[in-house]
Design a protein around this ligand. Sequence first.
Ligand code: PMP
Length: 370
Amino acid sequence: MTSQFGPSYVRAIAPYIAGKPISEVAREFGLDAATIVKLASNENPFGMPESAKLAIAQAMGELGRYPDANGFDLKAALSERYGVPADWITLGNGSNDILEMAAHAFVEKDQSIVYSQYSFAVYALATQGLGARAIVVPAVAYGHDLEAMLAAISGDTRLVFVANPNNPTGTFIDGPTLEAFIARVPRDVAIVLDEAYTEYLAKDKRYDAIGWVRRYPNLLVSRTFSKAFGLAGLRVGFAIAQPELTDLLNRLRQPFNVNSLAQAAAIAALNDTAFLEKSAAVNAAGYRRLTEAFDKLGLEYVPSDGNFVMVRVGDDDEAGARVNLELLKQGVIVRPVANYGLMPWLRVTIGLPEENEAFIAALEKTLATA
Ligand code: PMP
């Protein structure tokens, strides 16, 4: 049905495709939900930390009231952790909310936004949602081509999105290279540096993006509690930027965009360094295990610095869908990335050791019978 409602640029949007929920796969394939392994949405396989569960239990009594619209306590905790004033912080309903807010706050309809091919799908959605022009810069080795992105910035460009590490490809730009890029972006062009996976970086790859925020008034760093902190279902993310950009976000932010339970849990998770360290360590071991298995199977993969890996499961354009279906039948949910134009590839989230083994076994079986 062709609708005449809404702007043409909204009608042109292909909606975001999320990872399949366990309950849906259980229904569709007649499987016991308890046996299904979901490695499709880059969630923390440990689930929510116990510290956050306790904080939620304590916050339950106040659910009849609205949340703190300013997120005072959470911002205070973030301010202390990252060494920035509280008025440099914006809270979001997930970092997805931050990305959308930034696009709406910094860009007008018909101006342009620059981002990389194969970078996180929400950049395209946010761009299309406001009727702005997307300048999509071809990727190099599945990652950002920063030189080409600089060259692509045009007179009407108001925003550049950079994901580091990037989803779905897992590619990573080292700190010095990234800062050199940021320094060369014109000062009237905002940069959203999306660091959803930054807590998974190996120690020798970490860099100080918050320090850059102090030096570059056009830089906004976006972070999330959905991945390493284990709170995906609660929806909490945040932005750190100087007041000029932060003030703009706050004009658009829905007053109660982060609910009370999410605020309480995020404070607990932020302080739970043991959980964070365990999550990163298990992720690193899982990455080694998965990539060893891919090597053994002779499968190409893109080296990843996130909590997921993109693996090429065949040569033809049907390969991703075909292998994905066989994995689903065996109760393993991963993520096809055909919507990125990466037809023969699948993205698998790194899980607990037994989940990784279940995936590897299902993949081996599928490829052996293909
Ligand atoms: N940025 C990137 C690169 C992501 O992969 C994701 C999650 N898929 C997000 C942002 C948004 O996550 P959330 O809204 O849960 O913070």
